[in-house]
Design a protein around this ligand. Structure first.
Ligand SMILES: [Zn+2]
Length: 377
């Protein structure tokens, strides 16, 4: 994603771009939310720039409500973009998306926030990258997979389970780096009892009506849709949990990666998770000799800029970017734009999960299965 600097455009009389304005607003809102509620005295620079650009845009594009101050903007941010933002200026923007949902910065806004703006969550993500670098340097493939799976499958873990893992599958990893990702739960939350999300297993935040919801909008929606009920309740003093950054950037997308991995394995394809220490997400091998490289993307909107950064993997026959079907509403433009995008992306192909499963089934039907150790049968 493009790095937008936190200073106003040099020519004050130029019309700001809607894309840049939305990035400033989203980044600014994230920083606003990170500030301690009681100490919110200054408006983050990104939010100030975004609001003044928004003001100029509204004047030029007309017909949209103009936010004059922060409270007015925060009210608009709860409404669908189509009602107040010049959506037509940005290709395929979802007009129903909101920047604030349920009183918190939405997933959509978080995805629009600028990478590299040093939000707390990005700093936390760096700790995961440090372990990745360490594993690459020492060629620790198995420990890396164990570490990654732990964040995805146990974002909250008891002290005893954590210590067992440290002595066993994670013993080669740097404990200090791990402790930057797994914090004592009573450091992450003031609650004595924690209510875990029944879908992702992470701690939830408390609403003003004393009910709980997942930090992630999509997780919350899926939890309701799939009728998952209530999650576990635990005592904070006995557990560790990953940071919010690790939850957002590793646990949540990882749920889809593991799901696709399990489904392809069950079909009888040879599947490797995060091959070559996380060059990409899944390597799939078929008995016919065909191999696929897959990157799973849990996006809340079609980010063409990031899509163009996906590398074609030369030692696989095909490289796919795969999106969860549950994201189809957010990403409905993929189906409309697919032909055009495929031309631009050259050899990289876009698929939804159900489409990739269907294609794998077809190949396996004609050539047979590979067992889970990668041996032809
Ligand atoms: Zn969740």
């Amino acid at each position: 994603m493009q790095l937008v600097q936190e200073k106003p455009p040099q020519q004050s009389n130029s019309i700001p771009s809607a894309t840049e304005t939305l990035r400033y607003l989203a980044t600014g809102l994230m920083k606003w939310q990170e500030q301690d509620r009681k100490k919110r005295i200054s408006i983050p620079p990104a939010l100030r720039i975004g609001m003044s650009q928004m003001y100029l845009l509204s004047l030029v594009k007309g017909k949209k409500p103009v936010p004059h101050d922060l409270p007015e903007f925060l009210e608009l941010a709860k409404k669908p973009l189509g009602e107040w933002f010049p959506c037509k200026e940005i290709k395929y923007l979802n007009e129903n998306a909101t920047l604030i949902k349920d009183g918190f910065v939405s997933d959509f806004a978080q995805d629009w926030g600028v990478e590299g703006s040093n939000t707390q969550m990005e700093i936390e993500q760096k700790a995961v990258e440090d372990i990745l670098k360490e594993c690459r340097g020492k060629q620790l493939h198995e420990p890396y997979i164990a570490f990654r799976r732990m964040i995805i499958e146990h974002p909250v873990i008891s002290y005893s389970e954590y210590n067992t893992k440290l002595f066993k599958e994670l013993r080669d990893l740097n404990k200090e780096s791990l402790d930057k990702i797994y914090k004592d739960l009573n450091v992450l939350t003031a609650e004595e009892e924690c209510h875990l999300c029944p879908r992702c297993g992470y701690i939830q935040r408390k609403r003003s009506d004393n009910s709980y919801r997942c930090y992630n909008d999509t997780c919350q929606e899926l939890r309701v849709k799939q009728k998952l009920g209530e999650g576990k309740t635990i005592k904070a003093g006995k557990y560790k949990a990953v940071t919010r950054g690790a939850h957002r950037f590793v646990t949540l997308p990882g749920i889809w990666e593991i799901k696709l991995y399990e489904e392809l394995k069950k079909l009888g394809a040879g599947v490797t998770l995060w091959p070559d220490i996380d060059e990409y997400d899944l390597r799939v091998e078929f008995k016919s000799g065909v191999t696929w490289a897959i990157d799973v993307k849990d996006w809340s909107y079609l980010n063409e800029e990031r899509l163009h950064k996906v590398q074609y993997i030369h030692d696989a026959n095909q490289t796919f970017v795969v999106f969860p079907d549950e994201r189809e509403d957010d990403l409905r433009r993929i189906k409309v734009r697919r032909k055009e995008l495929h031309k631009e992306l050259k050899k990289v192909r876009l698929k939804f999960m159900s489409e990739i499963i269907k294609e794998a089934k077809k190949i396996i039907k004609s050539c047979g299965t590979i067992n889970n150790n990668g041996v032809n049968i």
